[in-house]
Design a protein around this ligand. Structure first.
Ligand code: PMP
Length: 391
């Protein structure tokens, strides 16, 4: 059975270009970059290049990039580090209800430690309520953290407007750009973004590596304690091969942004149109246009999304319900719930995320399978049975 992978928001394969750059650092160039001898200097140089590539990709200075074990660590660190380093100034943080758990769970921890956190609502398309943001900013606020694009529904926030509102008050603005690198252009200095998180494995780079950009001058406490790596702010022997891969992946993703987006967007819109044409009671979640070019999140009326996902899997098609990080939990998607969807439509949601290698033929196969499976599921659906009329 040929398998079709439409779960690229969960993770992506390492590209050959990236792997080729990494290979020497997994084999022959194994020096510890903190060592002063030749092997150490060589790997230190490789880290410098990666830092430059990432800085160029998002528009900052290389000295403002810190390597981490991924976006989870970057998000944990930025919240913990900025809150703790600035608690003499204030103890209030603003975020939104649709952030990744790596933001929300750290916010909960900070609340336990005496910080005050405001969770902004979103509208029915997943946009953060700017009126609420303006209302809640106060003299105690030290950090605002709003993701660039949502991992479940793909809605891209009005980032510049948010950065402007927060910047005018002189408050630090962080964005989790994990899903947005390679999808939208960043120039963090020009845009007034003070901190940004990103991850390797969402952009055809390796897993377990990411980066945090923090603008020079912003006070941040270390999160990992130990040696002097990463300017003394993030201890631990550097994951050299991973960092090299991350640097290359960011370079490629930001270089190919226009061509990739154009191609993937066309496929996305074709896929949405085909689903709507062939299956009734389908509702696209998120904004129809201001969304990630690879994201199709659809609620199938009178269908259980988990069952649909599993039946697609039996047919070699890999998708997800909600976000991959919450697989196994019976909790309804907090993102779709925050957007105001009914319980049944939350349960009926399936996320398909495309890539630059997805083909129209693959999408046609998926639509054919969807038609069959949705019909089958609706025949046995207790929700459908309770409705008047036939489906
Ligand atoms: N933020 C967002 C928006 C994500 O989608 C993810 C990955 N699911 C993360 C953070 C965490 O990234 P990582 O896997 O690198 O820890």
């Amino acid at each position: 059975m040929n398998r079709i992978y439409l779960d690229n928001a969960a993770t992506t394969p390492i590209s050959s270009e990236v792997l080729n750059e990494m290979m020497p650092y997994l084999t022959t160039n194994y020096g510890n970059p903190s060592a002063v001898h030749a092997f150490g200097r060589e790997t230190k140089h490789a880290l410098d290049i990666a830092r430059e590539r990432i800085a160029k990709g998002i528009g900052c200075d290389p000295s403002e990039i810190y390597f981490t074990s991924g976006a989870t660590e970057a998000n944990n660190w930025v919240l913990y580090g900025i809150a703790n380093a600035n608690k003499d100034k204030g103890r209030h943080i603003i975020t939104s209800k649709i952030e990744h758990p790596s933001v929300l769970n750290m916010c909960k921890r900070l609340e336990e430690e005496g910080f005050r956190v405001t969770y902004l609502d979103v509208d029915s398309q997943g946009f953060v309520r700017l009126d609420q943001l303006i209302h809640h900013l106060d003299s105690d606020t030290v950090l605002v953290s709003i993701m660039t694009a949502n991992n479940e529904v793909g809605t891209i926030q009005n980032l510049q407007a948010i950065a402007n509102i927060v910047g005018e008050k002189g408050i630090t603005f962080h964005t989790d750009a994990t899903q947005a690198i390679g999808a939208i252009n960043f120039n963090v200095h020009e845009m007034g973004i003070d901190a940004l998180s990103l991850s390797g494995h969402k952009i055809n780079g390796p897993k377990g590596v990411g980066a945090l950009y923090v603008k020079k001058g912003i006070k941040i406490a270390p999160f990992m304690l130990g040696g002097e790596q990463e300017y003394g702010l993030r201890a631990g022997t550097s994951n050299v091969a991973g960092i090299v891969g991350l640097g290359k992946a960011v370079e490629i993703a930001t270089r190919d942004i226009v061509t990739n987006n154009k191609k993937i967007r066309q496929l996305r819109d074709y896929f949405i149109a085909q689903i709507n044409k062939n299956i009734d009671m389908c509702y696209l979640n998120g904004h129809p246009i201001q969304r990630l070019s690879n994201n199709v999140n659809i609620s199938f009326g009178m269908v259980d999304g988990e069952s649909l996902m599993m039946m697609l899997d039996l047919n070699g098609i890999m998708v997800s319900t909600g976000s991959a990080c919450s697989v196994g939990s019976v909790k309804l998607s907090p993102v779709l719930t925050a957007m105001g969807l009914s319980k049944d439509l939350v349960k009926g949601a399936v996320r398909f995320t495309l890539s630059k290698t997805t083909t129209k033929e693959e999408l046609d196969i998926v639509v054919t399978q969807l038609v069959k499976i949705v019909q089958k599921l609706r025949q046995i659906s207790p929700i459908a049975k309770s409705q008047v009329g036939t489906l």
